[in-house]
Design a protein around this ligand. Structure first.
Ligand code: AMP
Length: 144
């Protein structure tokens, strides 16, 4: 997938936004939806996506909507930190397949890191069960 292509309304995050497939939800308002990554690179790996369903990546997002979206990214990052108390947090985002993007609806990753614990593979590790993810999501939600 190149950086420049039409938005695919059938991408997996668009389906999550429309409620067609489930997610372990952390937060939702009129601007953004946040949910647990099902192939987590660490415990508490959380995604934040804009509700606007036509931005494939960071470059596509209208500048005047970025501020409100990034406030949600920070809000969730703060709740992840407060709820899980990691030693560090990666906040990252990929644009285009050569950069590592695999789902073509804009999203930020919030990935807690603990001293001495290796980072799992990006979009390539094992799938976590809802039973595993739900209690972690609850700890994050409790700090929102
Ligand atoms: P990226 O590779 O930056 O586009 O990130 C996409 C992320 O979405 C990866 O970290 C995947 O593990 C994650 N992912 C893929 N499908 C789902 C899903 N159904 N629910 C939650 N996260 C997903």
């Amino acid at each position: 997938m190149t950086l420049h292509a039409d938005y695919d309304p059938d991408n997996i995050f668009a389906k999550i936004l429309r409620g067609e497939i489930p997610c372990i939800k952390v937060y939702e308002d009129d601007v953004a939806l946040s949910f647990m990554d099902v192939f987590p690179q660490s415990e508490g790996h959380t995604l934040v996506i804009p509700k606007r369903a036509n931005a494939r990546n960071f470059l596509d997002m209208p500048g005047n909507e970025l501020g409100s979206y990034m406030q949600r990214v920070q809000k969730i990052a703060r709740a992840v930190e407060a709820g899980l108390q990691p030693d560090g947090l990666v906040v990252t985002q990929f644009n285009g397949a050569p950069a590592g993007q695999t789902v073509f609806h804009l999203h930020f990753h919030i990935i807690p890191r603990w001293e001495g614990e290796a980072l799992g593979r990006h979009a390539g590790g094992g799938m976590a069960s809802a039973e595993t993810l739900e209690p972690v999501a609850a700890r994050i939600r409790a700090k929102l």
